[in-house]
Design a protein. Structure first.
Length: 397
């Protein structure tokens, strides 16, 4: 197994959502020894679709597979006294605990940060929740669309004459996980210097809101808010349909307006109503119509190549199949083949960033439920096989 910058760091992952699981996967990707502690029925993420070949099996969730690479799995039931005692026995042997329970839940079980710090003063606990550990909303439940909406980004997304828009996917969750991993790494740096641990409080909503820094500042600074885009006449503000898909073009970069006008091959774009910026804004709807006509019979990849030659700010909307075969991602080893014991071989997005001395390493697929129980409890804590059987029979693991 290759070395990583977090070699030697031991992490207990109690999270059952995308944010916490993504946080610990990033730690695992760069060397940390991460143990996912799941309820005996399995983490909630195991029941999240889509499933491999539409089979709702606890080992076939796409999200569990992708969010838990490079981890081990053991089961534990914190609702039982034996399970809580087992968890306490693990604490002296680890550096980090990551959890995403309702604020106060672990403390009610006698497993809050203050309780665990008394056992291991150097412990770092990272709590990732919808609204954070404090404040009037801290006890509120939340999920992707709630955090996305409350974090402001939905307010500026979509068209002016329509309702606010939620972009696809789980961006709020990923932002929470990414910020959680970064904060944990900072706390580990301090832990290495002083031996002190600390409790990290990550609010997913605040993570989303932090990406709206310019928009948030605009209101107190000049009393203005950023509007959503106009439906038309917005000077290339939206993806535009061409013969076989969609493209997006922006002014600026290394291209002059003359270059852009030549790219669209319509002599009308050289008229003063378009060459002058102010006039171009006033004639935005007509500009949109001309541009859409000019690309209606041109392919997006032909346009992409020509735009690159012209040094234009240009993008195209890649389909899932195109992204899976993207030469840029391929050249950077973004995808890795995972050989899962139940699913088999499958490619997944893996390397988010690379360090020159300690690059991303794929070491093992997402674990099966309780796969490492014997290794953790018998080999690690010194329990006997009979002890393990009793714990299983009493629903403690």
């Amino acid at each position: 197994m290759a070395h990583g910058p977090l070699d030697g760091v031991k992490v207990l992952d109690l999270s059952e959502d995308i944010a916490g699981s993504f946080c610990t996967r990033l730690l695992a990707d760069y060397g940390a020894d991460v143990l996912k502690l799941e309820p005996p029925v399995g983490a909630a993420l195991r029941r999240m679709p889509p499933f491999f070949r539409d089979d709702p099996h606890p080992e076939k969730s796409l999200f569990f597979l992708a969010m838990n690479l490079n981890k081990k799995s053991a089961t534990i039931n914190l609702k039982t006294a034996a399970g809580r005692e087992l968890f306490r026995d693990l604490i002296p042997h680890v550096d980090v605990v990551v959890e995403s329970y309702r604020p106060g839940y672990l403390a009610d079980l006698g497993l809050g940060y203050a309780d665990l710090e008394a056992i291991n003063p150097g412990l770092v606990m990272t709590s990732i929740t919808p609204f954070g550990q404090t404040g009037p909303y801290s006890q509120y439940a939340g999920e992707e669309i709630v955090n996305y909406a409350m974090g402001l980004i939905m307010s500026i997304s979509g068209l002016q004459d329509r309702e606010p828009l939620k972009h696809g996917g789980f961006q709020a969750q990923y932002e929470g996980g990414l910020n959680g991993a970064a904060a944990t790494a900072m706390a580990l740096f301090m832990q290495g210097n002083t031996g002190e641990g600390q409790h990290i409080d990550v609010s997913i909503t605040e993570c989303v809101a932090s990406t709206m820094m310019a928009t948030q500042t605009m209101y107190p600074f000049i009393g203005a808010t950023q509007p959503r885009r106009r439906a038309s006449g917005s000077n290339f503000g939206h993806p535009m349909a061409c013969e076989d898909g969609w493209i997006i073009v922006q002014t600026g970069g290394g291209a002059t307006w003359e270059t852009i006008a030549n790219f669209f091959r319509d002599p009308r774009l050289h008229e003063e109503r378009f060459t002058d910026t102010a006039e171009r804004n006033r004639n935005g709807e007509e500009l949109d119509r001309i541009v859409l006509e000019s690309i209606s019979e041109r392919g997006k990849w032909e346009l992409f190549t020509e735009a690159a030659t012209s040094r234009m700010l240009f993008g195209l909307v890649q389909t899932p199949s195109e992204l899976a075969e993207c030469p840029q991602l391929e050249s950077r080893d973004f995808y890795r083949e995972v050989d899962h014991p139940v699913i088999g071989k499958i490619r997944v997005p893996a390397a988010l960033f690379n360090l020159s001395l300690t690059p991303y390493q794929y070491n093992m697929p997402a674990p099966t439920l309780g796969q490492h129980n014997r290794e953790i409890y018998v080999d690690g804590l010194g329990l006997t096989p009979r002890d393990l059987t009793v714990l299983r029979q009493t629903d403690a693991i």
